[in-house]
Structures are given as structure tokens and as C-alpha cells.
Design a protein. Structure first.
Length: 527
């Protein structure tokens, strides 16, 4: 093989190693990245393949030039080998459970290795080209096989992108019957999921000075579950579990987006997620009209046949710690992937300060919240919608609100300020229902899908000073908030015995059938 072709093939292998953290998640068997897409798939796949191609061309040119200059080629290979080793270590961290970030100490270590490698090549002088030449031939063989794997992966990503080209096209919703309306017997049911709402942070041991009057008022006329047992820590698994009543350990989405598959935790087997075997079908069977306004989980794609009204959005990063955002344009993601990734890497190496809090994830989070409030309010104002799920993207980090100024802010104190925003939204929701005269007749179920995941996701430098204090030094209390206000309830109640959140569908079934009307009946049922 001539030197140019060898350089091109080797460069493709090197590029595959450097981009493994981007290529393989987009081609993962479970297709979780595609599952969360709220915009065109080309806006996510395109930037990755474009920058992969650019790096491939650049490395090809460098290797082709280096092959003609043996003394320089040794330095080129020394640098490339250290960089590839660093990327392999980083990918290993990302592939571990809960995607821990690479510690700064690892980056420091590789900086030292890079310096040592360059000094070693300089010290060896005339012998370095020969030594690295022999090693380079071996590396080229290995990288040729890596290149074949990379080519196969790229082809599969292109195939997945083609199949997912219509993934977010509108899908037919359930058609409400003329008889569906507000049930005079059992009343309206509103299910509010505040993403990552912790019982400990809400009612257990609230951060000093944090005022949450709406939640305090709600606790005075509701049943508070003080020991709800979470169904999991990942929203994409928890919500299907709660809707279906089946404990789910993993999800799998086809590239077309639906139907969703669930891995049954009890049997360990995969099964198709059936929208007609969910709480929404139960509500339809009971004569209710169903609606969802939610984020992150593509409700309008996976359960449209059991919803009369639906809105969803998601602007979260498609791949953890990688700046590719669902719902943004091709150009936006291309620029962000190149520039912000370099900024974050430089910050990890202590070459510059960490990116400020007014980053694209924070602004996108605020946009999603505002869209959900707008669409949720429309559903709340519609009296025909009497079984409604509102899945809100708060207090899930990152923070989008400043409780001190009572305004939206891209420089927030994270989770603590987001708890205050939850209170603002609960107060807003209550005001709407009181205005239309339905608050007293409404059953309100407020919960967290999981608790505040410290130290699972938001540890170390990701936490603000207030969050460090609130978390008690990054301790994890896994109890999600779980509150039930029954129609006409005016007095507080508590359920302190463990209550498994997987029973949420069963709870709604009992409410839909009118089998729970008093706090005592709820307590008896829960126990």
C-alpha cells in the first residue's frame, strides 16, 4: 500500500478512536440517544459525522506529511498515541454506570505522559524514528482493523438516521368520545411529576432559608408519603414503569422511535411497551379524557393512541457530557460541539475557567420549561381534560431560576433555586384551578420520578456551594417526594410506612374507580 493510502486508512482508525464517545452511543443497540430526540435526527448525526470527517482529513494530511519527514514523524506518533490513550480512558469512564466524568487527575497524568513522550523522542534523537517506525507498523495494522469497525459504525449510523428521518412526525391521537367529560362522581385527576424532586430536600431537611409556601400549604391539606421507595434513577425507565405498573430495568427504542421495548425487571426479558396496558388506557376506560404535557420522554411518540391531547419537548444533551442537544439545528450543534467541547476540555486541564452557567443547556432548559407551562396551562384551562400528566423539567439540574430575584436566570444556584421554582409553579397551578373553581374537586398527585441524584450525577465541581451544604456533603437520600390531595381534603395526613412508587398505576386505578375518597381510605389502601 502506498504511503498516502496507508495514511488515509490509519487516520480513519485514529479518528474512530478519538470519536468513539460520539459514534458508538449514536449506534448503540438500545438507541436511547434517538429515543430522546425532539428535533430532526440530522441535526445530531450530521455534526458528529462532519467533525469526524474533518479530523480524519486533518490527521491524514499530518500522517502523509510525517511519512516524508522521519524525524518529525516520531513526534507525531508520540503525540497521537498519548491522545488516543486519553480518549480510551475517557470512553471507559463514560461507559461505566451513571457516566462518571473523567477526574482532573487523569488529565494531569496524560499531560505529564505527553511531555515525557516528547522529551523521550527528543532524547533518543536518531534512534527514535527507527523505534517508533517499527511500533508504527504494528499500530497501523491494529488501526486498520479499528478503521473497518469505524466504517461499519458510520454506515450503521447513516442507516439509523435514514430510518429515524420521520421520528417526530405527528402521530394520530386517541379520539375522545362525546360522552367523555368531567366525571361528576370521581372528579378531575392531575398528576404532576417534578423531575428529581426529593422528599428530603422538600420536607425532610430543607435548606436553611429556602421558603416553599405553596408546598407547605399543600402539605397541610394532603397526604404526604414520607418513605416512598423509588422505582429507579433514570427518567426514561421510571416513567414507563409508573405508567404501566411494570418494573423496568432498561428501555430499547427502534430507530423509527416506536414501539418501545421494556426489559422487565422481574423476568429479565424484553417485552413490547403496550400503551393500552397503561394508566392512560385505564383512564379512558373509566370515561376520562387524557392529556400529557411533558419533557424528556417522547409521550406523543410512544403513547399517542391513548392520549386525547399531547405536547412534549426535550432540549437535554443527547449524550451525557457531550454538547449535542435535541431540538437544535445542524449549525447550532456543529458550532457547539466544536467550540464548547474545547472549552470544557481546557477547563478540565486547568488552562482556563470552567464554562459559565449561562451555557446552552441552561438556556434550553428554561425554554423547555416555559413551553411546558404554556401548553400545560392550556390543558388545565380545558374542562374536558380531566386526566392530565404534567411532567416538569424542574428541579432537575441545571438551574434556570434565581430565588433571590424571583426571576429566570442563567446564573442560578442550581437545585436549591429550582426547588423554589417548583413552588412557584405549584402556586401557579393552584391559582389556575382556584380561578376556574375546580381546585377543591380535583385529585392532585405530586411526585418526583426519583430523588436528587447526589452523588450519582451531580457531584464534585458540578455542585454549587449551596448544593454542597444542602446535600450534606453529597449524601444521597433516595426518597422521592410523593403527595396526594384528595377532593375536599382540608386536613394533613402522613404515611410513614414504605410505599413502592411502582404502585402508582394501582393508585390511579383506585382513584379512577372512586375507591379512595378519604385520607383514611388512602392510608388503608397504601398499607
Amino acid at each position: 500500500m502506498n504511503p498516502t493510502r496507508r495514511a488515509i486508512l490509519t487516520a480513519f482508525g485514529i479518528s474512530t478512536v478519538l470519536f468513539m464517545g460520539l459514534l458508538w452511543p449514536l449506534n448503540a443497540y438500545l438507541h436511547v440517544a434517538i429515543f430522546h430526540l425532539s428535533g430532526p435526527v440530522s441535526a445530531v448525526i450530521g455534526p458528529v459525522l462532519l467533525e469526524f470527517g474533518a479530523i480524519w482529513v486533518l490527521i491524514s494530511l499530518v500522517l502523509a506529511w510525517g511519512s516524508k519527514h522521519p524525524s518529525v514523524n516520531a513526534y507525531i506518533w508520540a503525540v497521537l498515541l498519548v491522545i488516543m490513550a486519553r480518549e480510551v480512558v475517557e470512553y471507559w469512564y463514560w461507559s461505566r454506570p451513571n457516566w462518571p466524568p473523567v477526574p482532573t487527575s487523569v488529565d494531569v497524568l496524560f499531560i505529564v505522559l505527553l511531555v515525557v513522550a516528547i522529551i523521550a523522542v527528543w532524547a533518543l534523537k536518531s534512534r527514535a524514528p527507527k523505534l517508533l517506525g517499527s511500533f508504527g507498523k504494528f499500530a497501523e495494522v491494529i488501526l486498520a482493523f479499528v478503521a473497518l469497525s469505524g466504517a461499519f459504525t458510520v454506515v450503521q449510523i447513516l442507516e439509523s438516521g435514514w430510518k429515524a428521518r420521520d421520528i417526530n412526525d405527528p402521530r394520530p391521537l386517541h379520539e375522545a368520545s362525546a360522552a367523555a367529560g368531567v366525571s361528576p362522581k370521581h372528579g378531575r385527576i392531575i398528576w404532576v411529576v417534578f423531575d428529581e424532586l426529593s422528599y428530603q430536600q422538600l420536607y425532610g431537611h430543607r435548606f436553611a432559608g429556602l421558603e416553599m409556601p405553596a408546598f407547605d400549604k399543600l402539605a397541610g391539606e394532603s397526604t404526604v408519603f414520607t418513605n416512598a421507595r423509588p422505582e429507579g434513577i433514570n427518567t426514561e425507565e421510571v416513567l414507563p414503569s409508573l405508567m404501566s405498573g411494570i418494573s423496568v430495568s432498561a428501555i430499547r427504542s427502534p430507530t423509527a422511535g416506536a414501539p418501545l421495548s421494556l426489559k422487565n425487571m422481574a423476568t429479565g426479558k424484553w417485552q413490547q411497551f403496550d400503551p393500552h396496558d397503561t394508566v392512560f388506557q385505564d383512564a379512558l376506560n373509566a370515561g376520562y379524557s387524557t392529556a400529557v404535557a411533558g419533557w424528556y420522554v417522547p409521550y406523543c411518540r410512544i403513547i399517542p393512541s391513548v392520549l386525547d391531547h399531547c405536547f412534549w419537548n426535550n432540549r437535554a444533551p443527547i449524550i451525557p457530557f457531550i454538547n449535542l442537544y435535541s431540538g437544535h439545528t445542524f449549525g447550532w450543534n456543529t458550532r457547539l460541539l466544536a467550540l464548547t467541547s474545547l472549552h470544557i476540555r481546557a477547563a478540565q486541564l486547568r488552562l482556563m475557567r470552567r464554562p459559565s452557567l449561562d451555557d446552552p443547556q441552561t438556556s434550553a432548559h428554561q425554554e423547555v420549561y416555559q413551553q411546558l407551562v404554556e401548553n400545560g396551562d392550556q390543558m388545565l384551562a380545558d374542562p374536558s381534560v380531566n386526566f392530565l400528566l404534567l411532567h416538569m423539567p424542574i428541579p432537575h439540574p441545571k438551574g434556570i431560576y434565581d430565588r433571590k430575584t424571583a426571576s429566570f436566570s442563567l446564573r442560578s444556584n442550581g437545585y436549591i433555586d429550582s426547588l423554589a421554582l417548583c413552588d412557584v409553579h405549584l402556586s401557579h397551578l393552584r391559582a389556575l384551578l382556584e380561578k376556574n373553581g375546580t381546585w377543591d374537586q380535583t385529585t392532585l398527585v405530586v411526585m418526583g420520578d426519583h430523588s436528587w441524584r447526589v452523588p450519582i450525577f451531580w457531584r464534585g465541581s458540578y455542585l454549587t456551594a449551596e448544593e454542597e451544604i444542602a446535600s450534606g456533603g453529597e449524601k444521597y437520600d433516595d426518597r422521592p417526594a410523593y403527595i396526594v390531595k384528595l377532593p375536599g381534603q382540608k386536613t394533613p395526613a402522613r404515611i410513614d410506612t414504605p410505599f413502592k412508587a411502582i404502585r402508582t398505576r394501582a393508585l390511579f386505578d383506585a382513584l379512577l374507580q372512586g375507591n379512595i375518597a378519604t385520607p383514611q381510605q388512602l392510608s388503608d389502601w397504601a398499607k
